[in-house]
Design a protein around this ligand. Structure first.
Ligand code: CUA
Length: 341
């Protein structure tokens, strides 16, 4: 119980810290702090809609206040109902045509923005990523680079000298999820048996936090996505490190043999070993990631050990079963996982 409380405490500490890493933008990723082309457009239209609706609010509130004050009941007023206005064509037209025109304007402007974003052609130099929503984590594949990772999307920054937008293909392995990184692009549903596309073009390196935005089951709230935008050379180094096969640390050989003999390998891939399961996240470079369980906890040896022992202590309902290992075996498997840098 104590250990559980400590772990949950750890999670609560970890998440704001991760979010705060979002480039000094504060703990809440905001659509009003965009760093990417489609997100700039979304902020523009958000301000436009806020401007119009704000003006409507001011006019309506001012008229209401004026009416309440000017025509309030005074001592000596007669108790009978004042004369009513029925069937005034002018008033009825004004109340119908003006809102109708406002809605038409909002509709046309919104449609133009959506069209502009969705019809944006993919340029030849674009990065291609496939993201698969799973209960409750994100698989991230770079088909042209031969890299597979989870929950942490790494992409290059797009600078004017070398525009590099990232085009993302969205698929789901189970239910409907929604891909949303507020500072980079709008929401896009992730639907089983349907392929959706979204693109981002970040202009500033940094770490941006996203979250599944469609209720998808028990741990919908712990389906965090972290996007790291790198300067180009740094991104190339990251890719090279991810392309390497898993490290073969002699000190972790007992854990490696154990891992290969357990059910682990039917769900997880560790490239360069017999482990080639695809149901759970690829673990080849597990320790290059900040969190485990898609933001459930910081990726530390202690949390990893607790996770392998029983994932539900960190993320209730996680589909990975408790491995029920003896303490020494648990230590060995953890040591092996920690060697997967
Ligand atoms: Cu996936 Cu909500």
């Amino acid at each position: 119980m104590l250990r559980q409380a400590a772990l949950i405490g750890g999670i609560i500490v970890a998440l704001p810290a991760l979010a705060a890493a979002a480039d000094g933008q504060g703990p809440t990723p905001s659509i009003f702090a965009p760093v990417s082309t489609p997100a700039f457009a979304i902020r523009e239209i958000a301000f436009f809609v806020l401007g119009i609706t704000g003006a409507i609010f001011v006019v309506v509130a001012a008229l209401t206040l004026y009416t309440i004050v000017r025509y309030r009941r005074r001592p000596g007023d007669s108790a009978s109902e004042p004369p009513q206005v029925y069937g005034s064509l002018q008033i009825e037209l004004a109340c119908t045509v003006v809102p109708f025109l406002i809605v038409i304007v909002l509709f046309l402007v919104t449609a133009r923005y959506i069209w502009g974003i969705e019809r944006h052609p993919q340029p030849p130099g674009a990065m291609e990523v496939t993201i698969v929503g799973n209960q409750w984590w994100w698989e991230i594949r770079y088909p042209k680079l031969g890299v597979v990772t989870a929950n942490e999307l790494h992409i290059p920054v797009s600078d004017p000298a070398r525009p590099t937008p990232t085009f993302i293909t969205l698929e789901s392995a189970d239910v409907i999820h929604s891909f949303w990184v507020p500072q980079l692009a709008g929401k896009m549903d992730v639907i089983p048996n349907k392929t959706n596309r979204v693109w981002v073009e970040p202009t500033k390196p940094g770490t941006y936090v996203g979250q599944c935005a469609e209720y998808c089951g028990l741990q919908h709230a712990l389906m965090l996505l972290i996007v790291v935008v790198h300067p180009r050379e740094e991104f190339d180094r990251w890719v090279a490190a991810q392309q390497a096969v898993a490290s073969d640390d002699a000190a972790a050989s007992r854990g490696r043999e154990l891992f290969a003999s357990l059910a682990c390998i039917s769900c997880h891939t560790v490239r360069g070993t017999p482990a080639n399961g695809v149901f759970g996240p690829d673990l080849t470079h597990l320790m290059s990631r900040w969190t485990i369980g898609a933001g459930a906890a910081r990726n530390t040896p202690e949390n990893l050990r607790a996770w392998v022992d029983d994932p539900s202590t960190l993320k209730r309902g996680a589909l990975m079963p408790a491995m029920k290992l003896s303490r020494p075996d648990l230590d060995s498997v953890t040591a092996y996982l920690v060697s997967l840098r």
